[in-house]
Ligand binder design. Structure first.
Ligand code: DQA
Length: 137
């Protein structure tokens, strides 16, 4: 099974960024743990702070991969373009968030990704990504 985790803006700063919300662990470190935990999954990773690069990546993998785990981060709440890309591709997308966005500011309660997503997992810290992988298995 071929899956990719796509992380949006500022998620390259996990571990340093608002650790009281997002935790103290960097993503690269967590990714190694995921790859060891799911040896049967060909698990790729892509991160960008740039909206168009996220759309390009969704288009690139969206017609051949078995699934996409997408944390569009702040673009979740603003990007019609990423939401449209999720609807345009064939691969199922599971939307993931580290924090429970519904417990936070009202602008985070809106998602342009959810209408095109297969499902949404949020609020379990980095474990949200593990649960998303399990959903594909
Ligand atoms: C986030 C939640 C978003 O509201 C925020 O802009 C992020 C991270 C999360 O994983 O909890 O950057 O997607």
């Amino acid at each position: 099974m071929k899956l990719i985790i796509i992380n949006g803006p500022n998620l390259n700063l996990l571990g340093k960024r608002e650790p009281e919300i997002y935790g103290a662990r960097g993503f690269e470190d967590y990714l190694k743990e995921l790859q060891a935990e799911f040896p049967q999954v060909n698990l790729e990773y892509f991160q960008s702070n740039i909206e168009g690069e996220l759309i390009d990546k969704l288009q690139e993998v969206g017609f051949s991969y078995d699934g996409i785990i997408l944390n569009a981060a702040a673009y979740t709440h603003t990007s019609v373009g990423i939401g449209d890309a999720v609807k345009a591709i064939d691969a199922p997308v599971v939307e993931v968030h580290i924090s429970n966005t519904h417990k936070r500011e009202e602008f985070r309660h809106v998602s342009f990704i959810s209408p095109g997503a297969k499902g949404v997992i949020l609020g379990f810290g980095l474990r949200s990504y593990e649960l998303a992988i399990r959903s594909f298995l």
